[in-house]
Design a protein around this ligand. Structure first.
Ligand SMILES: [Zn+2]
Length: 124
């Protein structure tokens, strides 16, 4: 029979066949580390998506204001759910921002598009 080891410290396990940890300490340490690494991974994911969003918005908005087809942004990996802030103009339109680059979804000729703007000091 194969030797079973503690998933946390690799100590050889004795006793019940379904035992995975040598002590309660090892068991909770292992689960805490696992939870922590999931949180760390989420932080990294969001961080990377924000940088990617910013890079894409910058690329498609060289003039300061432009309108781009949604599929074009999505093809580059743009994810509108990840942003750093928002600004509502006097008409009640809300622009979401990734740092200094803003975007708002709209429709033009029945096609989903994004209006892109650049942050201005009056938006603060
Ligand atoms: Zn252990």
């Amino acid at each position: 029979m194969e030797e079973r080891k503690c998933l946390n410290c690799q100590e050889v396990l004795e006793g019940r066949a379904d035992k995975k940890f040598c002590t309660r300490y090892c068991r909770s340490y292992f689960h805490n580390q696992l939870a922590k690494s999931k949180v760390d991974r989420r932080f990294k994911e969001v961080d990377e998506q924000l940088r990617l969003n910013r890079r894409i918005l910058k690329k498609y908005n060289r003039s300061g204001k432009s309108v781009v087809r949604q599929e074009e942004l999505f093809a580059e990996g743009f994810n509108p759910q990840i942003f750093t802030g928002y600004w509502k103009n006097q008409q009640g339109n809300t622009y979401l921002f990734c740092y200094e680059f803003g975007f708002m979804n709209t429709r033009e000729n029945d096609k989903p598009k994004y209006v892109l703007i650049v942050w201005q000091s009056y938006m603060a």
